[in-house]
Design a protein around this ligand. Structure first.
Ligand SMILES: [Zn+2]
Ligand SMILES: [Zn+2]
Length: 194
C-alpha cells in the first residue's frame, strides 16, 4: 500500500481524539518521507539523524508536551495565556496579559518545528535523484500535511489545558454556594466514519 495515499478508505471508530490520531499518523508519514529520501540519495548519517528527530518529536508531543503547559510560563510555547490571547482584541475576555517574561526556549518544541524545514531541504537536495516526479509531489504534500496536523494537535492540547483550567476555576469560585449553581457536562457521541 502506498503510505502517502490519502484516498484509502477509512473505516474506524473515531471520536476519542481525532487530533491525536491525525498527529500520530503524520509522524508515521514523516518517517516514510525520510525512508523515501534515503532511497533517493540522502546520506545514511543525515537519514538516521532525521529518523531519530522524528521519533523524539513524536514521543515529546504525545507524552510530555501537555505536562509542560502552564497558564503562565517563561517558555512562550508552553504559555497557555499567550497562546489563547488575541492581542488585537479590545475585549479582556479574550486576552490575558502575561505577568512573567518569556525568557526561555524549549529545545523540544523548537526541534519539532525544525523537522519540517529539514525535510523540505532534504527533499530539495534529493529530488533530482527521483525517477518519478509524482513521488516528489507526494513527499512534499506529506510534509505539508504533517506540519498542519501536528500543529493542530499542539493547539488542541493547549485549548484542552485552558478549558480544564477554567473549569476548575469556575468550580472553586462557586464553592461557597454550591446549591444554587449547577454544572452540566455534555459529551459527543462516538461515531463510525466510513
Ligand atoms: Zn506568557
Ligand atoms: Zn516544549
Amino acid at each position: 500500500m502506498d503510505p502517502f495515499d490519502t484516498a484509502v478508505t477509512i473505516c474506524r471508530v473515531a471520536g476519542l481524539n481525532p487530533y491525536q490520531e491525525a498527529a500520530q499518523r503524520s509522524f508515521k508519514d514523516l518517517l516514510s518521507v525520510v525512508h523515501t529520501l534515503r532511497e533517493n540519495g540522502l546520506d545514511d548519517e543525515t537519514g538516521k539523524a532525521m529518523e531519530a528527530a522524528v521519533n523524539i518529536a513524536n514521543s515529546y508531543i504525545h507524552s510530555h508536551f501537555r505536562y509542560n503547559l502552564g497558564m503562565e510560563s517563561e517558555v512562550a510555547t508552553h504559555c497557555v495565556s499567550f497562546a489563547l490571547s488575541d492581542p488585537t482584541c479590545q475585549d479582556d475576555e479574550y486576552r490575558r496579559a502575561c505577568s512573567i517574561e518569556h525568557s526561555r526556549r524549549c529545545l523540544h518544541c523548537d526541534a519539532v518545528q525544525e523537522i519540517f524545514k529539514r525535510l523540505v531541504t532534504g527533499l530539495e537536495v534529493c529530488k533530482a535523484n527521483f525517477t518519478d516526479e509524482v513521488a516528489v509531489e507526494k513527499c512534499s504534500f506529506a510534509i505539508e500535511k504533517a506540519e498542519e496536523k501536528i500543529n493542530e494537535y499542539i493547539m488542541h492540547a493547549i485549548r484542552a489545558f485552558g478549558q480544564n483550567y477554567l473549569w476548575q476555576e469556575l468550580r472553586l469560585r462557586v464553592e461557597p454556594d454550591p446549591e444554587t449553581v449547577v454544572f452540566a457536562t455534555s459529551d459527543f457521541a462516538m461515531k463510525v466514519n466510513r
